[in-house]
Design a protein around this ligand. Structure first.
Ligand code: NDP
Length: 252
């Protein structure tokens, strides 16, 4: 899948929401989707950073994006409904959502994990994707070919010492993705999948592995083929899967 080659206009005409579009993997995914023809809604919490991504997309001559600022730890059901209403009013459609925003929380033994940090991580990494998806489903159901992509991690598939709420939130995301895929399989044109970026050179990775030379870790640009595959029509019929962006093709 690493070798998937997307056609230049793969996402032309589609409207795609990317959470955490201000930095790291989300920033690169948003600009990559725009470069393949999508109108991208840049969701994040830091306006200045989102504006920089907006400007880069516009300067490159890609479809004009939009910005939505939301702090995901405190966003309410009404806030997410307002997001859905705004998208419907401004664009009249939604064809894809990349739930990418995430926080690491503490890397510390369970015995010492701070409950407030736990709640914060769960709200950003698990509750927000759930409530946001709930609000956006009516719009996604109107799309002829919609894709929801949740972002997981290897520690969400198998718990690992010290990863605390982050690991538990990602395990929850895996399950949420599976049950939603199951519910929507025969009743809609929406596919739902989980994507594990694998070790990727971002601020989060540097925080989790402070002793690592960032240059030994792949840049976000190198993992985009699977993001494009899942967001575009070539993944039609693929749902309920948990895929790896850095998985080696069988022939490699
Ligand atoms: P970064 O820390 O580089 O970027 C995180 C993004 O999420 C930023 O845009 C950030 O906004 C946004 N964000 C964080 N907290 C909030 C919040 N409370 N409300 C709104 N937006 C928020 O992370 P990565 O790019 O590395 O990670 C992207 C996804 O990939 C995450 O879900 C992560 O768990 C997952 N992942 C990453 C791996 C890696 O090696 N990098 C490996 C496995 C999974 P702002 O810029 O304003 O802080």
């Amino acid at each position: 899948m690493k070798n998937y080659e997307a056609s230049p206009d793969l996402l032309r005409g589609r409207v795609i929401l990317v959470t955490g579009a201000s930095d790291g993997i989300g920033r690169v995914a948003a600009t990559t989707f725009a470069a393949h023809g999508a109108t991208v809604i840049l969701q994040g919490r830091t306006l200045a950073k989102l504006e920089a991504v907006y400007d880069a997309i516009e300067a490159a001559g890609h479809p004009q994006p939009a910005i939505v600022t939301q702090e995901l730890s405190t966003a309410t059901v009404a806030d997410f409904q307002q997001l859905a209403d705004t998208i419907e009013r401004e664009f009249g459609r939604l064809d894809g959502v990349l739930h990418n925003a995430g926080v690491l929380g503490d890397i510390t033994p369970m015995e010492m994990y701070d409950p407030d940090t736990w709640d914060f991580v769960m709200r950003v990494n698990l509750r927000a994707p759930y409530v946001m998806t709930q609000a956006l489903l009516p719009l996604l159901k109107q799309s002829p070919d919609a894709s929801i992509v949740f972002t997981t991690s290897s520690v969400g598939r198998r718990g690992r010492a010290f990863w605390g709420a982050y690991a538990v939130s990602k395990a929850g995301i895996e399950n949420l993705s599976q049950l939603l895929a199951d519910e929507l399989r025969n009743t809609s044109n929406i596919r739902v999948n989980c994507l594990n970026p694998g070790a990727t050179r971002t601020r989060m990775r540097a925080t989790a592995y402070p002793g690592e030379d960032p240059m030994t870790v792949p840049a976000p640009e190198t993992i985009m083929p699977l993001y494009l595959y899942l967001m575009g029509p070539d993944s039609r019929g693929v749902s309920g899967e948990s895929l790896d962006a850095q998985e080696r093709p069988p022939t490699a």
